[in-house]
Design a protein around this ligand. Structure first.
Ligand SMILES: Cc1cc2nc3c(=O)[nH]c(=O)nc-3n(C[C@H](O)[C@H](O)[C@H](O)COP(=O)(O)O)c2cc1C
Length: 205
């Protein structure tokens, strides 16, 4: 099968992309509005992009009416956000927080998660999440316009808070303890419990 995205409906392109690009890590992004209302939403168009400076990105697709999602609106206003890592035990609250609530309403309440003060940024972190990355906005990149277009948010990590419970005896993050989840297509997810080791081939790099 050959697919030319320009000849397929955007919804179908989306479905194919999220089935093809898997598994995707999930950024559970907390932000705050100028009025002080917190916001929490998952984003799986997400990855780390650089370690000096420590930086990550996620991409927020516009709402069906072409407007920005609350997360982006808040970040454009105060240039700060927190990426909280989602372990298997928080999958259900994460999913609850993906609901499109009114701008004035916080998804912390509906997901049952607890806001905790961040150390270097104003938006709160998710207390129950074992790893919280506090970020300052570096830049946004607009991709397309209107419905289905997106804003790529690039942030500099100014603080990583890692719960000792997910560290091994050497101080490294233990994937078994972290038990993070990934997103596949549709309503499907995967766990990181089935792992294998593959040594990188020697030679020119
Ligand atoms: C696991 C998961 C991953 C998601 N990833 C994205 C994403 O990468 N980009 C996006 O625009 N929406 C994504 N969504 C949908 C948003 O979370 C949803 O639109 C949410 O209501 C946005 O909230 P906000 O307007 O408060 O920012 C995802 C939803 C789920 C459940």
């Amino acid at each position: 099968m050959l697919v030319d995205p320009e000849k397929v409906k955007p919804n179908d392109v989306y479905a194919m992309m999220v089935q093809a690009i898997t598994p995707r890590p999930i950024a559970w992004v907390s932000t705050i509005s100028q009025q002080g209302v917190s916001n929490l939403a998952p984003y799986s168009y997400f990855n780390g992009i650089c370690s000096k400076p420590a930086a990550l990105m996620f991409s927020a697709v516009n709402k069906p009416d072409g407007s920005l999602k609350d997360t982006v609106r808040n970040i454009l206003e105060n240039r700060q956000f927190v990426v909280n890592v989602v372990p298997f035990g928080l999958a259900h609250p994460m999913s609850l927080s993906a609901q499109d609530l009114e701008y004035e309403e916080s998804e912390f309440g509906i997901s049952g998660m607890t806001e905790t003060a961040s150390r270097k940024v104003e938006p709160p972190s998710v207390m129950e999440s074992p790893i919280q990355m506090e970020c300052e906005l570096l830049e946004t990149v607009s991709v397309g316009q209107g419905p289905f277009a997106a804003t790529v948010v690039i942030g500099k990590i100014v603080l990583m808070q890692i719960d000792d419970s997910v560290l091994d005896e050497t101080g490294a993050i233990d994937p078994g303890q972290l038990d993070s989840i990934g997103r596949l297509g549709g309503d499907n997810y995967c766990r990181t419990t089935d792992r294998f080791t593959l040594q990188r081939a020697a030679g020119k790099q």
